[in-house]
Write a protein that binds this ligand. Structure first.
Ligand code: SAM
Length: 230
């Protein structure tokens, strides 16, 4: 997979891709990340990329021209499956979305700043809009990192068996069951006996029951979604 990220702050975004699973995914050749600094496509030599909004009101808007130039250059070189704009006024990211994006080959992620981007960018270029939740961040960079992490870890071969995504929350509309590690008894706080029993069918059954219990308690809406899917 190749991901091209358009941003006014490439430096803000780089570090998460230089560590842990995101770093290893690139080393294994599973994903290529390319940052594009919007200021390199500025409309003048002073680096202008934003302007006041028509109709008045506080806050600058990212202009159409620099984004058009950057996107057009990229789109001339290859075909993209999606041009994604990170924005709070969009459907929220979920595991289903991440699963589906993890099967794509080429993605562009556009991150906004200030009041956002000129609406005409969204109308002309953007094929998918993604929010990471009902709150407003200062810029789309951190949101794009969240999206990339959620997607990249699902690309086959990125995670080893020990961190398999298949048993994580949301994969089957359930929250994950509790997990424990050594010691089996920490100052009187004991691990449930079943996990020490070696009876794997029973352990699976227990985990499923725990997952159901947690989901009913914390996210009953997921179980409703499950019955709607059927
Ligand atoms: N005026 C916009 C609104 O009220 O919907 C908010 C603009 S926000 C200050 C600046 C940029 O941050 C947005 O263009 C978007 O790229 C990003 N952003 C902020 N909150 C976000 C969220 N919850 N999910 C995804 N991106 C977000």
């Amino acid at each position: 997979m190749r991901i091209d990220i358009i941003t006014v702050s490439p430096e803000l975004m780089k570090s998460p891709f230089e560590h842990s699973i995101l770093k290893r995914a690139q080393e294994k050749g599973k994903v290529e990340i390319h940052f594009h600094d919007l200021r390199e496509y500025a409309i003048n030599k002073y680096g202008k990329i934003d302007d006041y909004q028509f109709g008045g009101g506080a806050g600058m808007v990212l202009m159409m021209e620099p984004i058009d130039k950057c996107l057009s250059q990229l789109m001339q070189k290859r075909k993209y499956d999606e041009v994604i704009y990170m924005t709070p006024d969009a459907p929220s990211l979920n595991q289903q979305m991440a699963n589906s994006l993890s099967a794509k080959e080429n993605l562009i992620i556009l991150t906004g700043h200030y009041k956002g981007v000129d609406q005409r960018v969204r109308d002309k270029f953007v094929t998918k809009e993604v929010s990471i939740g009902d709150y407003v961040l200062s810029g789309g960079e951190l949101a794009a990192v969240v999206l990339c992490d959620a997607v990249i870890r699902l690309i086959p071969g990125v995670l080893g068996d020990e961190t398999s995504a298949l048993t994580d929350s949301f994969q089957d509309n359930l929250l994950a069951p509790p997990v424990y590690t050594r010691p089996a008894d920490y100052k009187g706080m004991k691990v449930p006996d079943i996990l020490l029993s070696g009876n794997f069918p029973k352990i699976d059954e227990w985990r499923h029951e725990q997952a159901l219990k947690r989901t009913r308690l914390i996210r009953p809406d997921l179980l409703e979604e499950e019955s709607l899917d059927e």
